[in-house]
Design a protein around this ligand. Sequence first.
Ligand SMILES: [Zn+2]
Ligand SMILES: [Zn+2]
Length: 543
Amino acid sequence: MQLKDALEILEEIVFYLELKEENVFKINAFNSAIRNLSRFDVSLKEAFDKEIIQNTKGVGKTIQSILKEILEKNESSLLNELKSEFPPEIYSLTKIRGLGAKKIKKLYEELNISSIEELEQACIENKLVKIPGFGEKTQSSILENINKLKTTKGKLLLHHADFIYDELEAELKKIYKNKFSPTGSLRLRSRIIPKIEILFENNSIQKKIIEKYSLKPIDENIYAGIFNDAEIYFIFTGEKQFYYELLRTTGPESFLNKINFNSLKINEFKSEDEIFDKLNLPFIPPQARENENLELRFYDFPSLNDLKGLIHIHSNYSDGSNSIKEILEYAEKKNYEYVLLCDHSKSAFYANGLDENRVKEQWREIDEINSKSKKVKILKGIECDILPDGSLDFEDSFLEKFDCVIASVHSKFKMTEDEMTKRISKALKNKYVKILGHPTGRLLLSRDGYPLNLNEIINVAANEGKSIELNCNPHRLDLDWEFHQKAISKGIKITISPDAHSFEDMEFVRYGIDMAIKGGLEKKDIVNCFSLDEFLKIFCQKQ
Ligand SMILES: [Zn+2]
Ligand SMILES: [Zn+2]
């Protein structure tokens, strides 16, 4: 073992001592020993043999004996003892930049957070803003740092890849005047992006770009490098072959085979449309090319403008950042007809969930705002917790008064598949529940959904005439697109909802559109493509 590895063990000890709020002098002693020893690049054994440890300032007897134990047993009994007092993964939180023992202690005490997955979930649910010393800014920078941690593992969530691409595009546009386009998984709008691929129309500046981004050749005309910690892949092609290569590199292979791409005799086209024409096919948008179950036909796919309702929005009554009035103004600006407010219900105490009285207070405000609003109507909704036994957080007599109820699981994820399936099925059978929120609870790249028989849930939803949400938060994208065909084949309509806690989140609907196209949903399959009247009358059975 190297000395620096042993020092890492000491650092871990310091972390736990800080969590326990041990004596400051003791903690400082560890810190100065670590600091003073860190400049020696030797093995732990050498450090003892050459008496480095014995003679370095600040390395007292206690620390020496800990290092000795590490040398002999490869572990520290002190560390093991400290660890046993806390959940096993809590130290992993230190990997997130900006999080030290003090903050981690708060997160643990206030929200019982002890792993990166739990922290990510809490950020997405906007739970951190209520903890003293955190706030919205800290929360979003923590979430961003979690994303970065994932990037270094080589994979990006779609919105994160977009963000990096946008920066790269802005830089490229300054130096490159010819055509270029994202291609590969980014153009397919996959949920997870392994690398950012860009196709360039070849020209004389190729060399300059390669130098600017220190790219290494991978194959003929393909170069790879790193930009903002993400892997980038630049592909250069001829001007006339651009669209042919765009279609080819967008892929995926299964789609190219399906459209008989290799049968093309020429590779010079003026657009992708022209290639589809040549193949006697309608244009298939890139998003849909990943789905092997779709037919090669025209689909009446939705676009952002087709969304008439902004559904599943949290206001500052629970854990959202915006007032109802601000949400209304946003909806007006974006030309929505209606907004379904869905704050948390009372069991979600961490999210400042609403009890009956506060709901009524909110209704009064909604009525007042609606009386003055001409363009947009605010609807009274709730994201009602599905309790562990499958019952709902409010009595039926109260649920009845909402315009629309979304029901979601937010607690007690550890159940057997059978129990969880029964729990959610029971909630779906409640007459007043209209939409199932984020059905599996998964978080992409970090947490699998709770065990659930999703096929069974789809059957129940179909029988009960309920909608299933396509939660557009790019960490969720749940109901996954691979289940969309199954759902609509049973007559289920899907609700595209951003589950927004801020204006920024409301923009997530674009990922919902991407996933809807990927899943093969058409406008008629989507709840928010209903007009206000249709939504209330047909879907909510309200006059
Ligand atoms: Zn939720
Ligand atoms: Zn929500």
